[in-house]
Design a protein around this ligand. Sequence first.
Ligand code: NDP
Length: 331
Amino acid sequence: MRPFRALVVAEVRDKRYTGSIVERDIEDLPAGDVLIRVRYSSLNYKDALSAAGNRGVTRHYPHTPGIDAAGTIEESADPAWRPGDPVLVTGYDLGMNTSGGFGQYIRVPAGWVVPLPAGLSLKESMIFGTAGFTAGMSVSSLVASVRPEDGEILVTGASGGVGSIAVAILARLGYSVIAVSGKPESHDFLTDLGASGIIGREEAAETSARPLLNGRWAGVVDTVGGALLSTAIRSTRPFGTVTCCGNVASPDLPMTVFPFILRGVRLQGIDSQNCPMPERLQVWERLAGIWKLTQLGSLHREIGLSGISDNVALILQGRQQGRVLINLDLE
Ligand code: NDP
């Protein structure tokens, strides 16, 4: 037996799921080209769903969640990777139906593996993790069509993982960022990240059926969907860009086509899970280089495997601020 520590989520009874820290065997990991010794992972919204027993994310339990992992190659059947190489994996099927980063080892296809970009440590790469990568994809899409002088950028779900990193990168690039947040206690956090204004969720959601609202935003990074996304699109200036990655508020989008056909507004979907490798490498290179944040320290809290359950509850209640880094060598 080659033992390692991992969180395993199992159904205990009647659709009730609990997570326990157990000893697993490397030989029980799925087949794959590379075995990675995981040093850090992170907690994302999708991990919380998987850890809570959401069968839309994870079909089979017992299961080790964790859509993110950073560590070193231990064994590789692919000559592209050598033992000791520092690497990261985010998305694809990791942590969904493939044993994930909440364990000290993962075994995955070589095509999922990204070399640790120069300029980031393993720890820093997982402070970003999928949330930071998704923020990076969203910002890439915005900067391709909107300049800082075009006007303000709205970021929804701003105190969460994706939102907080999007606020910080955009502010760093010289954009004027207005944050939407339901947490009054996060205002100082958002201001420190560079938000130039903060508005509450109620104020940011216009639930009338008006097809167009006053055009204020040059661009939008939306992480929540529903009425907030609909309001943001209807309030976007002609030829502005809106990115859409999440649905914590709602998967619905109550609106008409008029912002698209009368104002030329662009709506860009973001899929970090299946992002093609060339774009994936480019976003990581930016996160490690020209977009590298000076606030990575204040953006995260570090926990061990035993801290995951409490933080899963926080994220599912919409109460998480910033990022949660998981150190696989801590209790
Ligand atoms: P977090 O839980 O860290 O952040 C979400 C934030 O949204 C919360 O902190 C809160 O911020 C706000 N929020 C929570 N509940 C509501 C609500 N009912 N109405 C409006 N706002 C709410 O999650 P992540 O940042 O990790 O992920 C955000 C979304 O993006 C999720 O839906 C996730 O699944 C999705 N996602 C999608 C990816 C993709 O590739 N498409 C990749 C990564 C994430 P505040 O209090 O400041 O308003």
